[in-house]
Design a protein around this ligand. Structure first.
Ligand SMILES: Nc1ncnc2c1ncn2[C@@H]1O[C@H](COP(=O)(O)OP(=O)(O)OP(=O)(O)O)[C@@H](O)[C@H]1O
Length: 820
């Protein structure tokens, strides 16, 4: 694949699937070719069905994950609703589990695990047989045993590597399934916008349904409340997937081993031995349970601290330039060191807690079990020997037979001993693994709680609903944006979280008709952007009976797929997307949308020119150039690109939230005119009075905790028209000045005279006189005569001014010059 092809693929990202319009085929450049990965987003119907399976956990369960019923419920919900069901969800109901790829891998994995246990038993038996043949001096049998040994080695080693491979495949598959599901849920569009509302410190909106103490009548008070969502979605999902894939093998294999080895052993151990064996198991479990710390909670705290540290590092990377301007490296290092030390302290404490646990575990599994093993093996051997020594009395003639019989008995006992010992060692190993699995299971409980908390919080965030103007209520102009009795307030404000609960704007009622451009002004922090958030539906509208109306596209517009988005907001902070220059202009559309819309690159160039960025394509090396645009473009360029998006989309209404603050006034003005010419009604948030002239309404927010506002009309259309005419006439006259100046130059050249400038001559004469006068003033300044000295107390009057008449005149002239 050449460079151009690779750029094209990167630009295109995906193809439509002709068989299924929901499915997108992702194009992933891999080595020299493009791999196609079909992606079908989780259907809304499935997400709706799943919501009931993920109720929120009570806070106590979030903080104390343990192996209990709640853990099993959480695990079941994640496994059966997300990770295991077949990928091709048709939305009608649950497809049979056996159709799932993950279930297939799991079955194969289980088959290999069983095979390995069976092979282990065979190896143990063979081991005993080989040693028996050796003791017996049976060379033929020994060689046969050796041949069988190698024959068993091949499937045994293959089985081991397959188990490891299938475990990795299973882990990766589960991670992919879970990640896709969580991404579909998290990166949801309006009215969910979960990525915007779920975080604890971000712009919060509403409490998840079912949150404790929530009264359905009350406006929601507490935020979504998840801190460090990125840690949950990236690291925790990965850790959970490998933990669950590992735990399956770690639990199934030793359990199977224990079961099969115990049944094998009990054959030679007899009832007494088997009872002793079980007593041994019971004692071990009791001891280890007593010394096992709360690994689940420890794992969950570790994941949280890890997330905090990572987030801090990410922040410095993202905002490196700002930090560099402040030379804030040392400060950031302190902050990050603190986060790191918290993490390390926690990890260290886990290690310390583990010492006691692992010491006990080692002692119990390795030594206690081995000792018990010797004792158990001794039972049949010693028992058989005693019986023999007591009961078998032979005659001297049978001596040879007796010796042969004794040898046979020794060989038999050796075989039993070797087989049993191997089985017991395997049993001890299985026991050890099971104990480790118990610890892993506790850690899995911690991770499961985190994943469950993520999924349930995302599911239970209620969608943002805009209170619409009821049918039957009068809307003068359905094409207008109407706000009625809307209180604007930071959502989720409570006394505990310190977010103010009072209204930023109270009882806001206004109508923005098409063509009636609105400017919103008011001092900093008064709530101007907050109004935009309510208009765009990011924040809910509060109040007794608030209502918002936004025009919707007509059915014919929808049919022709030619409708214009109602409202497009250009935010205060410019956002640059990872991708090509072209993708940055058409954001949030994709390249495929662009191709489908039939719009052209020439059109895009025109748009760039109208925001005075015509040079950008050339400078950056074409439309497909991919760069870190956030760093490459200047502040003003980023703002202009934000406006280019408005020109590309041509919405009916555009909210421009101080998005031209870094653009020069003349350029700003021309961009405003272009936007208006495209039929876009502007809602500008700004503190620049120079922008007022482009608007017809002015909304001023008073602030100071009053929630008051005023709405004024900016001149009548007639007034604006007459002012417009005057401006036009003056501009014409100004244009003539250039022609006159040229004419004067021509005349001077014709006369061949030195340039005579009457104004300059006059100014020169004046300056000579003033120079003299200023000197006089300076003299006066050098020896000032205090005015108070002239105060005659007897007459209570000021005496004659000590400055000469000339001097006072000079002061006046100097002042007027300064003013000039
Ligand atoms: N997510 C949030 N959490 C808590 N408070 C918030 C949040 N978002 C905004 N606020 C508060 O709401 C108030 C209004 O904010 P807003 O962004 O609307 O101000 P603004 O009028 O646009 O100010 P500026 O002119 O500085 O942009 C501010 O006091 C701000 O601190």
């Amino acid at each position: 694949m050449d460079k151009e092809e690779s750029l094209r693929v990167l630009q295109k990202i995906y193809e439509e699937d002709p068989k299924d319009e929901e499915t997108k085929v992702l194009l992933v450049p891999y080595r020299d070719r493009v791999t196609k990965v079909p992606i079908r987003p989780t259907p809304q119907s499935k997400l709706d069905q799943d919501k009931t399976h993920f109720p929120l956990l009570p806070p106590s369960a979030q903080h104390k994950p343990n192996i209990d019923l709640s853990f099993l419920r959480q695990l079941r919900a994640i496994l059966l609703r997300i990770v295991l069901p077949p990928g091709s969800w048709d939305g009608k109901g649950a497809s049979p589990l056996w159709r799932s790829r993950e279930v297939g891998v799991l079955t194969l994995h289980s088959a290999f695990l069983i095979l390995r246990t069976v092979l282990s038993i065979l190896v143990a038996r063979l081991d005993g047989r080989i040693v028996r043949d050796l003791v017996r001096g049976d060379g033929k049998g020994f060689l046969k045993g050796l041949g069988l040994w190698f024959a068993l080695a091949i499937p045994s080693t293959y089985t081991n590597s397959m188990i490891r491979h299938l475990q990795s495949i299973l882990s990766l598959g589960m991670r992919t399934r879970l990640s896709r599901y969580v991404n579909d849920l998290y990166l949801s569009s309006y009215p969910n916008l979960r990525y915007y509302r779920v975080s604890a410190h971000g712009p919060t909106s509403t409490a998840p349904e079912g949150a404790e103490g929530k009264d359905p009548k009350e406006p929601p008070k507490t935020p979504g409340g998840l801190d460090g969502v990125e840690q949950y979605i990236t690291a925790d999902v990965e850790s959970w997937a490998s933990a669950i894939a590992g735990i399956y093998g770690n639990l199934l294999k030793p359990s199977l081993d224990m079961l099969l080895f115990t049944s094998q052993l009990s054959r030679s151990l007899g009832v007494r031995g088997t009872v002793l064996l079980f007593l041994n198991y019971y004692g071990t479990v009791a001891i280890l349970r007593a010394v096992t710390p709360a690994f689940g909670r420890l794992a969950s705290v570790e994941a949280k601290l890890e997330g905090e540290y990572r987030r801090g590092m990410g922040r410095v990377g993202r905002e490196s330039e700002e930090v560099a301007f402040y030379n804030g490296g040392y400060r950031e290092r302190d902050i990050l060191t603190k986060a790191y030390l918290r993490l390390i302290k926690h990890v260290n404490s886990i290690y310390k807690i583990r010492i006691a646990y692992e010491w006990t575990e080692d002692f119990v599994i390795k030594y206690l079990w081995s000792a018990a093993g010797y004792a158990l093996i001794a039972v049949p051997i010693l028992f058989t020997r005693t019986k023999r020594s007591l009961g078998l009395q032979t005659t001297p003639g049978d001596e040879a037979r007796e010796k042969a019989g004794r040898d046979e008995a020794v060989a038999g006992r050796t075989e039993t001993y070797i087989s049993n010992r191997r089985l017991l060692l395997s049993l001890a190993d299985a026991g050890g693994r099971l104990m480790y699995a118990y610890k892993d299971l506790l850690e899995l409980a911690g991770l499961t709680t985190r994943i469950y908390t993520l999924v349930s919080t995302l599911h239970q965030l209620p969608p943002l609903e805009t209170p619409v103007i009821q049918a039957g209520e009068e809307i003068a102009d359905p094409e207008a944006i109407v706000l009625k009795n809307v209180d604007v307030r930071v959502p989720g404000g409570t006394e505990e979280n310190g977010i103010q609960e009072m209204d930023l704007v109270s009882d806001l009622t206004l109508t923005i008709k098409p063509g009636e451009h609105l400017m919103i002004t008011g001092s900093n922090g008064v709530g101007k952007s907050a109004v935009a958030r309510v208009l765009a539906g990011l924040w809910p509208a509060f109040g007794d009976s608030p209502a918002i109306h936004r025009p919707s596209p007509s059915s014919s517009e929808i049919q022709n797929n030619k409708f214009r988005k109602t409202l497009f907001v250009v935010p205060q902070r410019s956002y640059m997307v990872t991708g090509s220059l072209l993708e940055n202009i058409i954001y949030p559309d994709t390249y495929n949308d662009f191709l489908k819309s039939g719009r052209t690159e020439d059109e895009l160039q025109g748009i760039l020119e109208s925001v005075f960025l015509g040079y950008l394509k050339e400078r950056e090396g074409g439309w497909a150039t991919r760069k870190e645009w956030r760093d490459v473009l200047s502040g003003g360029e980023k703002q202009r690109l934000g406006l280019a998006r408005v020109f590309y989309r041509r919405p009916r209404f555009a909210v421009l939230d101080e998005c031209t603050s870094a653009v020069s006034s003349d350029v700003e003005g021309r961009m405003y005119e272009s936007a208006k010419a495209l039929g876009i009604t502007l809602i500008t948030i700004s503190l620049r009075p120079s922008l007022i002239k482009y608007h017809t309404q002015l909304l001023t927010l008073v602030g100071e905790g009053t929630g008051k506002w005023t709405l004024q009309r900016i001149g009548t259309p007639e007034e604006r028209l007459s002012v417009g005419r005057e401006i036009e006439a003056l501009e014409k006259k100004l244009a003539d000045v250039e022609v006159w100046e040229k004419r004067v130059e021509e005349l001077e050249r014709m006369l061949g005279a030195e340039k005579w400038d009457p104004e300059a001559e006059k100014a020169e004469a004046e300056a000579t006189r003033v120079g003299r006068d200023v000197e006089t003033v300076e003299d006066v300044d050098e020896e000032p005569e205090p005015i108070n000295d002239d105060f005659d107390e007897s007459t209570s009057e000021f005496g004659a001014p000590s400055v000469s008449e000339n001097g006072s005149e000079a002061v006046a002239i100097t002042e007027s010059m300064l003013q000039e």
